[in-house]
Design a protein around this ligand. Structure first.
Ligand code: PHE
Length: 472
């Protein structure tokens, strides 16, 4: 009964692809490039890479090993190890529950652009105010969100082995090919603007990769570090129970060390390539000013870039948006799968009924988020200082900037000091494998992660600023 409801990945490839499918999403393709551009290219990338192999690795190991060793989903895993820590599973469950309210909304936006490009509306999307006009309209964003959520629900409804694994096996390799293709295309671009200035893709690549240390201060560096760290959480789908649930589907004979390294390479590789695909192109057509447009980079600047490419731009645009839609879909599937697995065990219900109920609930909640740009419009300043934020940003803040560092902090205390790192490393060496970064893992989980997480938490909640102001 257990396996029938819960499912098992057929092998390590299935697991790696499904985990990579969860990790690779709008985080890599939309969020990483704009942060890299904003934070000075090369330096951000360097910081991010160091964090991936140390910090990101430790978080992935912790989640996946806990999942496989207990064989339980995130909701039950902590209580299974130690009754007193059952609460940790409960707060972990809150993160996918929050992310699910808005991830489908972004998925819908991507779908909308894909449909626009397919139906010959590409030129319109490149016009000023098009994106704002779209998200502030009442019906259209909800319709696209519902289509996106319907696809997501279908995959989850079909079950983990038939649904997610098959889906990821198909989508992930295709995704890689497409990203590489467009990245190479971006590098060959050349454009002369109205002032007669010619910029090339290779120059754009230099801007993207070469660190710019001019005007770098300690506080700027701290911001880059914090940006890179929050990106790491979001991008690797760690500390939110998802990798625990996926870990519980992995067979004992799979070498977790290899799988985890592959997931790291996959996720980081796609992010880096997405940067090559987007940043040089934006630089070529819009110069350095175009690179600072932040979160709107993908939806506002890229259609302009595609338009400037002429006929080829429409085709490139179609490929691009279908690719992002797929990446977003596999990520959204992982979020919903975690919720479904949790509710199945909580309510002792079957997969099909649980998926349906959750699909309906979230269709309603996500519609409310869509209306956050019109009916429920407001502007708030969040404790981390971000101004003019709407409903979607508030949900994003609660999950990514508030709960994730908090959960990573508590989890590392639990693993580092209560069950001890050996509990994890035993699982990593279950079949006598070589847990290569064992010593680093121990130091990370016992000392470095708790400290960095505490700093991140007080920074993102605004407590750090309050303290700094008191001593000023
Ligand atoms: N990691 C995914 C991305 O990079 C997003 C995601 C967030 C997936 C949270 C699951 C949970 O887009």
């Amino acid at each position: 009964m257990e396996t029938k409801n819960k499912g098992v990945f057929t092998g390590s490839i299935g697991f790696v692809l499904a985990a990579a499918g969860s990790a690779v999403g709008v985080g890599n393709i939309w969020r990483f490039p704009y942060l890299a551009a904003r934070d000075g290219g090369g330096l951000f990338i360097l910081v991010y890479l160091v964090l991936v192999v140390t910090f990101g690795f430790s978080l992935l190991v912790t989640d996946i090993a806990i999942g496989r060793k207990t064989g339980k989903n995130a909701l039950e895993a902590f209580g299974e190890i130690d009754k007193k820590w059952d609460f940790l599973g409960k707060i972990t469950f809150v993160i996918p529950a929050i992310i699910m309210t808005y991830y489908g909304v972004i998925g819908g936006w991507v779908l909308k652009y894909f449909v626009d490009f397919v139906t010959g509306n590409a030129a319109e999307t490149a016009q000023d105010g098009y994106f704002t006009g779209f998200i502030t309209s009442q019906i259209s964003p909800i319709v696209y969100m519902l289509i996106f959520m319907a696809f997501t629900s279908l995959v989850v409804y079909a079950g983990v082995d038939k649904g997610i694994e098959k889906f990821s096996k198909l989508v992930m390799p295709g995704l890689i090919f497409m990203v590489i293709g467009i990245a190479v295309f971006s590098l060959t671009l050349r454009h002369t603007d109205a002032n007669g200035v010619t910029r090339t893709g290779m120059q754009g690549l230099a801007v993207y990769l070469i660190p710019d240390f001019t005007g770098l201060t300690a506080s700027k560096f701290l911001n880059i570090l914090l940006d890179a760290m929050s990106q790491l959480f979001f991008s690797l789908s760690v500390s939110m129970g998802i990798m625990i649930t996926y870990g519980s589907y992995v067979k004992k004979e799979v070498d977790l060390n290899k799988s985890i390294t592959q997931i790291e390479i996959f996720d980081t590789g796609v992010a880096l390539l997405a940067g090559v695909m987007i940043i040089p192109a934006v630089y070529v057509f819009m110069g350095k000013e175009g690179m600072t447009s932040g979160p709107s980079l993908m939806f506002i600047a890229l259609p302009k870039v595609f338009q400037a490419m002429g006929t080829a731009g429409t085709i490139v645009g179609i490929i691009f948006f279908v690719m992002v839609a797929f990446a977003a879909l596999t990520s959204c599937v992982s979020i919903m799968e975690t919720l479904v697995a949790g509710c199945m065990s909580m309510f002792k219900s079957d997969r099909k009924k649980t998926s349906l109920v959750i699909a309906v609930i979230y269709a309603v909640l996500a519609a409310v988020i869509c209306l956050g740009y019109n009916v429920f419009y407001f502007e708030v300043t969040l404790p981390n200082g971000a101004a003019q934020q709407q409903l979607l940003d508030v949900m994003d803040y609660i999950s990514n900037s508030f709960l994730m560092p908090l959960i990573a902090l508590i989890t590392s205390i639990f693993v580092g000091w209560v069950i001890k790192p050996k509990w994890i490393s035993d699982e990593m060496q279950f079949n006598g494998e070589n847990f290569g970064r064992k010593n680093m893992y121990t130091i990370m989980v016992k000392y470095i992660t708790p400290v960095i997480m505490a700093v991140l938490f007080v920074q993102s909640t605004g407590i750090l600023n309050m303290i700094v102001n008191i001593f000023k």
